[in-house]
Design a protein around this ligand. Structure first.
Ligand SMILES: Nc1ncnc2c1ncn2[C@@H]1O[C@H](COP(=O)(O)OP(=O)(O)O)[C@@H](O)[C@H]1O
Ligand SMILES: [Mg+2]
Length: 490
């Protein structure tokens, strides 16, 4: 067994709960990424919009009108900025004036020492600046949005814009806002997801396991019932394992199959016991005759001859029975019949000629349709012989036995009528059952074991045809069958 196979659990319950947990984990992961990013970009968008408004306000209100000199610009910016000290709720404001002056509400951040909010009073070169990267980057922020990492306040989002008037650069205005709230909000999202996500995951795995256990319970019951049936108890049924759903459908189909199996089994058993019974009768007769002979002290030739006659008759009966049984078995076995093209007129002529030898009857064969039939001629002869022999057996000498053949489309119907006592309507379906004989039926030479019509039916069904018993217009019985595959002669 490969290693991966051993790692992967085989039970449906474990598989389902792992599968559900994986799906939930993937969904949670995707939701986390979406919400984490969404929160970030939404807050950043808001910050960017605020920065734009702030820069606009600064340019409009913080800088003087007309064409002021840098000193005037710096002082106007100073007084604007004075009203907006840097704090948790306010933003970082910077105005860079041509000539090098920098005005800001956060001098420490830009490395400006002293109490003043601007270094306009100092010479540009004398600015006491802490020359570090942070200051340089703040002072040289490129136009547009940029981000600068601060030592202690995290990342700063900065919007820088040059303000010109009449073609002259007045100042470069920067407005900054820390991104710390964004990071805080995102961390909050991450914490919430870590907590609730893992709880959800555990709940999903557990729920999946319970659900799978519930779903597979009928399957397990189905399996255990199937095991009982396998052990030989065909009377069990499994539909009870599930009230509804797919398992119920499977269980019902299973029950249906069992029903058919049980019936087939019962039929088979009945057939075997009937066959054994039929075979035992002649054996009993033979044994009895021999017993009688053995008890006699002086056995005459006539006695021997008489017993031998009895035994011959019984053996002949057994032979016929065994032949019939073998024939039935071979028809049952062979799924397909070996079809050939039969010329109907000569076929029926010849057949009827041999039937005439069965007894002294008025054998009639009205005009037969011209054409061919695709069928197994030996089997067809057998079926017709069995039916015709019954007609002969159930009529008196001189009685009527008529075979009529008629075509309708590609269907050919053979009907054997007689003027005997007929078959009572309640018997008509059962006469085709194996070993069925009507009670009190006159069986003149003790010929039949009740297999003649069963064989005929098996043959006709193997051809895909239909066989039935009816009342004949001549007053007796009619046994008829219909086969497809007739081709009339053009
Ligand atoms: N032509 C007929 N007239 C009256 N009864 C018939 C006729 N053909 C068949 N039957 C009835 O159908 C039963 C079954 O026939 P079959 O299968 O040939 O068995 P068997 O001839 O060995 O009795 C017969 O026992 C008989 O009662
Ligand atoms: Mg018969």
């Amino acid at each position: 067994m490969p290693a991966a196979d051993r790692l992967w659990p085989r039970g449906l319950r474990a598989r389902l709960s792992i599968g559900i947990a994986v799906v939930v984990a993937l969904a949670l992961g995707a939701a986390f990424v979406g919400i984490y990013r969404g929160t970030g970009s939404q807050l950043r968008g808001q910050i960017d919009r605020d920065l734009r408004v702030e820069v606009g306000a600064f340019a409009a209100q913080g800088l003087p009108g007309g064409s002021p000199n840098p000193r005037q610009v710096a002082s106007a910016a100073s007084s604007y900025i004075a009203g907006r000290p840097f704090g948790p709720a306010a933003r970082l404001l910077i105005a860079r004036v041509p000539g090098g002056a920098v005005v800001t509400n956060q001098p420490e951040l830009l490395g400006i020492r002293g109490q003043g909010r601007s270094d306009q009073d100092h010479e540009p070169g004398s600015i006491q600046a802490t020359e570090n990267a942070q200051v340089v980057r703040l002072r040289q922020a490129p136009p547009g949005y940029s981000e600068i990492g601060l030592h202690d306040a995290g990342t700063l989002r900065l919007l820088t814009q040059a303000v010109t008037r009449g073609g002259h650069a007045l100042a470069t205005v920067s407005v900054g806002e820390p991104l710390a709230p964004v990071t805080r909000a995102q961390r909050g999202v991450a914490r919430t997801f870590a907590l609730w996500g893992s709880l959800t995951l555990v709940a999903a795995a557990l729920g999946g396991y319970l659900l799978a256990a519930r779903t597979t319970r009928p399957l397990r019951r189905l399996a255990s019932t199937a095991a009982l049936i396998d052990a030989g108890d065909l009377s069990r049924r499994v539909a009870g394992v599930a009230r509804s759903g797919e398992v119920r459908v499977v269980a019902e189909a299973f029950d249906h199959m069992l029903e058919r199996l049980q019936e087939a089994f019962a039929r088979q058993q009945e057939f075997v016991s009937d066959a054994s019974h039929e075979l035992r009768t002649p054996l009993t007769v033979i044994a009895g005759q021999i017993e009688v002979l053995a008890r006699q002290h002086d056995v005459s030739d006539e006695d021997v001859e008489r017993v031998a006659g009895f035994i011959r008759v019984e053996i002949a009966r057994m032979e016929r029975l065994v032949d019939d049984l073998l024939l039935l078995a071979s028809i049952d076995e062979q799924r397909a019949v070996s079809r050939e093209t039969i010329e109907i007129a000569p076929f029926t002529e010849e057949l009827w000629q041999s039937i005439r030898e069965l007894g002294e009857r008025r054998f009639e064969l009205p005009t037969v349709p011209q054409g061919t039939l695709s069928a197994d001629s030996d089997r067809l002869t057998q079926a017709l012989r069995n039916i015709a022999r019954n007609a002969v057996e159930h009529t008196q000498p001189g009685g009527l036995v008529r075979l009529s053949v008629s075509a309708f489309g590609d269907t050919l119907t053979f009907a054997v009528d007689d003027d005997g006592p007929g078959i009572p309507s309640e018997e008509r379906a059962r006469v085709f059952d194996r070993f069925h004989r009507s009670i009190g039926s006159p069986v003149p030479d003790g010929h039949g074991a009740g297999l003649g019509l069963a064989i005929a039916q098996a043959i006709i069904r193997a051809h895909g045809g239909r066989i039935w018993a009816d009342a004949a217009s001549s007053g007796g019985a009619r046994v008829a069958f219909a086969l497809d595959g007739f081709r009339p002669k053009a």
